[in-house]
Design a protein around this ligand. Sequence first.
Ligand code: NAD
Length: 387
Amino acid sequence: MNEVRVGVIGIGNMGRLHALDLKQGKVKNACLSAVCDINSKARQWAQEHLGGDVPIFTNAEDFFGKAPLDAVMVVTPHYSHPELAVRGFEQGLHVLVEKPAGVGTKQVRQMNDAAEKSGKVFSIMFCNRTYPVYQRVRDLVSSGELGDLKRINWTVTHWYRSQSYYDSGGWRATWKGEGGGVLLNQAPHELDLWQWMFGLPERVRAFCHYGKYHTIEVEDDVTAYLEYPHGTTGVFITSTGEAPGTNRLEIAGDRGRLVVEEDQIWFDRLTVTEREFNRSYGGGFGSPESWRCQIPVQPNPAHKHAVITQNWIDAITKGTPLLADGQEGIRSLELSNAMHLSSWLDGWVSIPVDEDAFQRELAKRVATSLDKQGEDEGYIDASTSFK
Ligand SMILES: NC(=O)c1ccc[n+]([C@@H]2O[C@H](COP(=O)([O-])OP(=O)(O)OC[C@H]3O[C@@H](n4cnc5c(N)ncnc54)[C@H](O)[C@@H]3O)[C@@H](O)[C@H]2O)c1
């Protein structure tokens, strides 16, 4: 295949960026072959910005049935990602879904099954995996440079959002339209990086605060405690209500400590492991010697989303390994579903999450959720996801 014909469904904030990347030739060996949006304003934008040669569809039915497609990017609100991706796979298309993979792991598992059955290339827009700083941390952890991990603390409060952001779309920040708050919209990037660097924990206890800083139904402030089978513990904190925000990751291991902040990595490396020092040191007070060094990292890519799209196209055309395999989208959702469920049930939740319990609890919240649907807005009725 020379040039992959890519269609984009959902031409809102993010879909426009992906469509323009394709249209402007930022992704090699791919072209924008069609777009689709149920919103007339979005279609008008497409008409004005994508030239006359890109067919514009008003609904998924016509888009999947009539558009000239080899591949599709799903850029609609979260609830619809699995459903639309499955449509793509059933049609024999390669698929790239936006994050999060969906709202519940149950629907995402069905999407993964369809991907597997189709044999097509499936990727997910976890564009922060392109950041060299996290690639380096992942290598340091997996190579054993830090020794056994003791504690992981990540404060992710740099996702500040004002009320006007939440008011900007009918689907945003309701149980019915979005299915969650910061855990599903902003923090999936870090939750994915967490599982990518450290794997999944065994159980989670989380405290979510709903509408703490904004007039919204869903959570805008979360503190979660995570436990691993061999004793590693973690604390994950995220909020959209703090300014200035923090993005600081601290990892304590038997061989020292890594601190990641502002795209820099500092390593306080012990000359003898803490466990060994503890066994052999006889001087009472005292602690292991440590050397501080800064780990060199390359700058972040200028267009991180286009890097993921290019990687997906390269996987289709040349068999290049995927940086963000779509099947892995379920893993960060395990974390966010566990955090939600823990907060709703006020107790520990094991991973893998009890999918039926999650669906039941979410359905209760959807049943009393606000209907913020505005005229001609990109609203998805979540009830279609509870088939
Ligand atoms: N990877 C990232 O960095 C990143 C950044 C922002 C958003 N996102 C994700 O992208 C998705 C979209 O977010 P957004 O901010 O662009 O939202 P948005 O509301 O700006 O755009 C969504 C668009 O989808 C359209 N739509 C809804 N249902 C549709 C359907 N069934 N068929 C066709 N079109 C439909 C809406 O009309 C709207 O224009 C979300 O899942 C979000 O989490 C990812």
